[in-house]
Design a protein around this ligand. Structure first.
Ligand SMILES: Cc1ncc(COP(=O)(O)O)c(C=O)c1O
Length: 488
């Protein structure tokens, strides 16, 4: 059962934390959205998120930006009217520092699909803890989990290999390294988001600390656009040296918000084959969510290399690079991490692989998402608020559709604030269904959405008047509006 929200109690708010918060957020008073400082001050005084604000002030003293993941940082939500940290997570519920229990639709930026603290995964981790976590030689478990993983990835055609790392960023980094070794070429074309590492940031609009030189060997390309790809590939310093001859790989999130256009993924495959380059699927989000065999199985396209992470460990840091044997042989050199193949990650991945084959996990992710999307869009329509939920049911995105950017950002802020006040946590960049969401979770969440729509509808153009915190800020690393809500 969801706990009610705590009544306002300013006494739990340490005076210095309030001071720090006021100082830190004075910029909000002149925010371009016009949200008034009065609203902000009012929210501080209610004390509803007093513990959250105290925590944030404390975290900001020792943590740049106050969070390790950009998508989890307070400015991405409604600072002052939204929880800032959790103390516990179980199933699809989280318990915030404010003492409230909430239904979570962010699911750790898609890192958790089975539900938080899944008992089978936890048991597997506990058993491994007793055997140690990292050793001086590889754990024998490594080969066992590699075999189990390859068995659910039909595109590897019984002849694949695996390299284990801890994060998706390492996996994508390893993928381009292998592609460059195998082809002896330098140019990589990138579609979607793959990591915060310098390799990937060279063409992002905001990239402090990333030397421009990275931009010589990795270019971003628009999704679903073969014409631009062909144009890039055919140009070059001279007619005899088209960029296509330098191409080591195309790396892509196989789908973004919209499905790939008919023939698009096939087109990428064909161009890679023709040019002797590798096709890399970044399945960090799509893997173990769209299909047990990932997007490669879902769309029926064979990549040369694929990266998995997030749901593979159900929240435990484990990721990997998978590829055909002749390509992966090259991944034996110069890809080397102390924590690659650590026992905890492997044990978690092993349990996840077993559970996905034992229970109808993927089917439930789709069903839950479909029910939620249908209910959301129905209630949005009745409310008259220009809002919709789009994208795949397993990874739905809420978006406001009319008025200008400022209104839409305020509307999303009010939506986040009002649903949070009713015990539901949404993420502005993307949400994720899980095997743990029940019909009751769906119904309660839809009721919270409906109530939020009423507040937005009643406020009309004066959304700032009902906002009790700072309006949410968009991600620094915008991949275009098509992007998934990952760690960026
Ligand atoms: C598609 C995609 N690839 C790679 C990554 C990087 O993974 P990680 O944050 O585990 O390093 C992310 C993170 O959000 C992602 O969404």
């Amino acid at each position: 059962m969801l706990l009610g929200l705590l009544p306002g109690d300013d006494s739990v708010f340490p005076p210095d934390a309030l001071g720090a918060y006021r100082g830190a957020t004075s910029a909000a008073c002149s925010d371009s959205t016009g949200a008034r400082s009065l609203a902000l001050e009012a929210s501080l005084m209610t004390g509803r998120h007093a513990a959250s604000l105290a925590h944030l002030a404390r975290a900001r003293r020792v943590t740049p930006a106050g969070a390790q993941t950009m998508s989890k940082a307070a400015p991405r939500f409604v600072e002052g009217a939204f929880p800032t940290a959790v103390t516990r997570a179980q199933g699809c519920h989280v318990w915030t520092v404010d003492g409230t229990e909430m239904i979570d639709w962010g699911m750790a930026c898609a890192a958790v699909a089975l539900g938080y603290a899944h008992p089978v995964v936890n048991d597997a981790i506990r058993r491994q803890l007793a055997r140690g976590t990292t050793a001086s030689l590889p754990y024998a478990l490594e080969a066992e989990v590699s075999e189990a993983l390859l068995a659910v990835l039909p595109w590897t055609a019984g002849d694949g290999m695996v390299r284990w790392v801890s994060t998706g960023s390492e996996a994508t980094e390893a993928a381009v390294r292998v592609a460059r070794i195998v082809t002896g070429r330098d140019l990589v074309l990138s579609i979607g988001y793959h990591s915060w590492f310098a390799t990937w940031m060279a063409q992002k609009p905001v990239r402090p600390g990333v030397p421009d030189v990275f931009g010589m060997v990795l270019w971003d390309l628009p999704y679903n656009d073969l014409a631009t790809l062909d144009d890039v590939l055919s140009r070059g310093p001279t007619k005899q040296e088209p960029h296509g001859h330098r191409l080591a790989a195309i790396i892509i999130e196989p789908t973004l918000l919209d499905p790939p256009a008919p023939g698009y993924l096939e087109g990428l495959r064909e161009r890679c084959d023709r040019l002797g380059a590798l096709l890399i699927f970044d399945e960090i989000v799509t893997g173990f969510r769209w299909h047990l065999g990932g997007a490669a199985a879902y769309f029926g396209i064979r990549p040369d290399l694929a990266c998995y992470g997030k749901a593979l460990g159900n929240g435990v840091p484990v990721a990997c690079l998978v590829g055909r044997r002749e390509v992966m042989q090259e991944a034996g050199v110069l890809i080397s991490g102390t924590m690659g193949g650590n026992g905890v990650g492997l044990a978690a991945a092993q349990a996840v692989l077993e559970l996905y084959q034992r229970d109808p996990v993927i089917r439930m992710l789709w069903l839950t998402g479909e029910k939620f999307q249908a209910g959301f869009n129905e209630r949005a329509k009745v409310s008259g608020v220009p809002v919709e939920i789009v994208g795949y049911p397993v990874h739905p995105v809420i978006r406001f559709t009319e008025h200008d950017e400022t209104w839409r950002r305020l509307a999303m802020s009010v939506f986040l604030q009002e649903t949070a006040a009713r015990g539901v946590l949404f993420h502005p960049a993307g949400n994720n269904s899980s095997f743990a969401h029940t019909q009751e979770d769906i119904d309660r969440s839809l009721d919270a959405c409906e109530a939020a729509f009423r507040v937005i509808q009643a406020a009309g153009d004066d959304l700032a008047s009902v906002l009790k915190g700072k309006p949410m800020e968009p991600s620094l690393i915008r991949v275009a509006d098509q992007g998934h809500g990952g760690a960026r």
